[in-house]
Design a protein around this ligand. Structure first.
Ligand SMILES: *Cc1c(COP(=O)(O)O)cnc(C)c1O
Length: 390
């Protein structure tokens, strides 16, 4: 069970807090309509530069599914990042926004898609990752003469929740290391060339050793694929959440990756983070609609809900929550912060320490730049929060 003190955003001291300094501007924006996602362009750039500054990654690809807002994509384009896309629509958005983008800076990494999507992607000239044996064995013609990445399952999923661990026996992603021989045969029979090995083991992986481990696993697998030049170690870099988790030791992870590079200078190292790049840039502004006390439990109701931000309901994700209208007011005990969707899981936070709050107050939910707007829906036929990039 979470403890109340770590629920409050005041317990965290991270870049998540950019929005404290911009409080007045955010309250002005809230007057023009809520619910509203607001993103800080400066924080986006800061995160991209922090990763580039490690000097251990030859290429950074932004995982578009975390947040496909055109302004956010533009910030990363200007920072020189490539893009990792999981659907043709994501590829089209990126190519449509940036006609000058070199096609080899786009990596299409689909899962269980029909044959036509691979053919379409080769037609677009983007890089393609194959993550099952089936396409190579059943549709060998599609891959003849093509350079491809293959996605391997290093065998151990990691991440902040079962639903985001994308490797291991019970994951639908990737090719088992035990099938490398069969994979090499399928590649040879199809006439494709494997130029990159890929792995993405989960989201919110806070063990700094995980990245170098993944890289070494891929290095070992290159024995079966002599054309490999690129090792893509995936995404999953964590950000601090309201659960008080220790902040990720990026310097340590980078140091271990530097060791991998020194041992194997013949390979380029790529990574494709989503959450790390965008999560902390986003805050969701909502208004208090009603308050309530029932059976000793206090509720604060907001003019939004799981249709705008589903992570707390879906993953039990913890987000910092503050009353932006009363930032300096004393805490008045734990509250359930709930939305207006007709679903009992419709909450943004449980046991959240908040001041006495009133109808019309602006509540800010932090660290929502990733998998917030991009997972929003029209459930209950309610429009999800609009978006503003500062
Ligand atoms: C979702 C995804 C990512 C990004 O994951 P984050 O946890 O947001 O960093 C990277 N690669 C692939 C293949 C993905 O599906």
């Amino acid at each position: 069970m979470p403890t109340p003190d770590t629920d409050s955003a005041t317990a965290i001291d991270t870049p998540t807090d950019w929005w404290r300094a911009r409080r007045d501007a955010l309250l002005d924006l809230a007057r023009t309509g809520t619910p509203r996602y607001v993103y800080s362009g400066a924080t986006l750039r800061e995160q991209a530069r922090k990763l580039n500054a490690t000097g251990v990654l030859d290429r950074l690809l932004y995982a578009v599914k975390a947040n496909a807002h055109p302004g956010i994509l533009d910030v990363f384009y200007r920072e020189g990042l490539g893009f990792e896309c999981v659907s043709p629509a994501e590829v089209e958005r990126v190519l449509g926004l940036f006609p000058g983008l070199a096609r080899d800076r786009v990596l299409f990494t689909p899962n269980f898609v029909p044959r036509e999507e691979y053919e379409w992607a080769f037609g677009q000239g983007v890089r393609v990752t194959v993550d099952n044996l089936y396409p190579l064995e059943a549709w060998a013609d599609t891959f003849r003469g093509q350079d491809i990445f293959v996605r391997l399952d290093p065998g151990q999923g990691r991440g902040h929740h079962d639903h985001v661990r994308t490797a291991g026996k019970h994951s639908k992603f990737g090719i088992d290391l035990g099938d490398l021989g069969r994979l090499a045969d399928a590649v040879a029979a199809s006439g494709a060339r494997v130029t990159g090995l890929h792995a993405h083991v989960g989201s919110g992986v806070d063990d700094p050793e995980a990245w170098a481990d993944t890289a070494e696993t891929l290095v070992a697998a290159t024995a079966s694929f002599p054309d490999v030049r690129i090792l893509d170690i995936g995404g999953g870099l964590p950000v601090p959440s309201a659960s008080g988790e220790a902040s990720f030791d990026l310097a340590h992870a980078a140091e271990l990756l530097r060791g991998v590079r020194q041992r194997h200078p013949e390979f380029e190292l790529w990574a494709e983070p989503g959450r790390y790049l965008v999560a902390e840039s986003g805050v969701l502004l909502c208004r208090v609609t009603q308050t309530k006390e029932k059976a000793g439990v206090r509720y604060i109701g907001l003019d939004s809900g799981m249709n705008s931000l589903v992570r707390p309901a879906m993953y039990g994700a913890r987000h910092p929550i503050v009353n932006l209208s009363r930032l300096d007011a004393p805490p008045a005990g734990p509250h359930e912060v709930v939305g207006m969707i007709c679903e009992s899981g419709d909450a943004f936070g449980h046991d959240v320490e908040l001041p006495e709050s009133h109808e019309g107050d602006v509540i800010a939910v932090g660290t929502v730049g990733a998998y917030g707007a991009s997972m929003a829906s029209r459930y209950n036929l309610r429009e999800p929060a609009r978006e503003t990039l500062l």
